[in-house]
Design a protein around this ligand. Structure first.
Ligand SMILES: [Zn+2]
Length: 185
């Protein structure tokens, strides 16, 4: 749970959804809920704040409860939570756009995962996990640099010398220029 969000929501008076009164008290309760369908169903629990209006006797939860349930689902699936996804960018001080350029993860997808609207699949979660290590980020930056400088040979050519290297680079360039023709053949 984000401590900033948590603190601010605690100090803000909660308005009753039903009658608009601010005569609302809050308690933290453990909520159990079902996740998944018939064959792959699980009972999960989340710690949520439940608000109760003394004026009209209405009980309700707010956005932070939805976040808490979402976090619980992410833990169940073994993937990074929205907060953990956001933290990756925060550590490197990258905007969504910059992180998207580096990782090639679509900016819209990234925004949905960070906002808790969608959960990333396991493959993307693995990529995100690897990017929590700064040496992996450095590797991607190096790769992007090599791409931009049009050096197209791959690491396996690094041991080649002289004519062999030049020939390999020509082949690599030709392949990059005509990839479709190569694939059709
Ligand atoms: Zn009320």
């Amino acid at each position: 749970m984000n401590p900033l969000t948590h603190d601010s929501s605690k100090t803000l008076p909660v308005e009753c959804f039903s009658c608009g009164s601010t005569n609302v008290s809050s308690t933290t309760e453990v909520e159990h809920f079902q996740y998944g369908d018939k064959e792959d169903v699980a009972m999960l629990s989340a710690s949520v704040r439940v608000h109760h209006c003394a004026s009209c006797d209405f009980s309700f939860t707010t956005e932070d409860a939805a976040e808490s349930r979402h976090e619980s689902v992410c833990r169940h699936l073994g993937v990074l939570t929205p907060k953990e996804v956001r933290e990756i960018r925060d550590v490197y001080q990258l905007s969504q756009e910059e992180f998207s350029k580096l990782s090639k993860i679509g900016k819209a997808s990234l925004a949905r995962w960070e906002g808790g609207l969608l959960i990333q699949n396991q493959a993307n979660d693995n990529l995100l996990y690897l990017l929590t290590f700064d040496d992996n980020v450095a590797r991607l930056k190096e790769r992007a640099y090599l791409r931009n400088t049009k050096i197209t040979f791959s690491p396996k050519y690094r041991s080649l010398k002289g004519d062999d290297l030049a020939r390999s680079q020509r082949e690599a360039e030709w392949f990059n220029l005509y990839p479709a023709a190569e694939c059709v053949g």
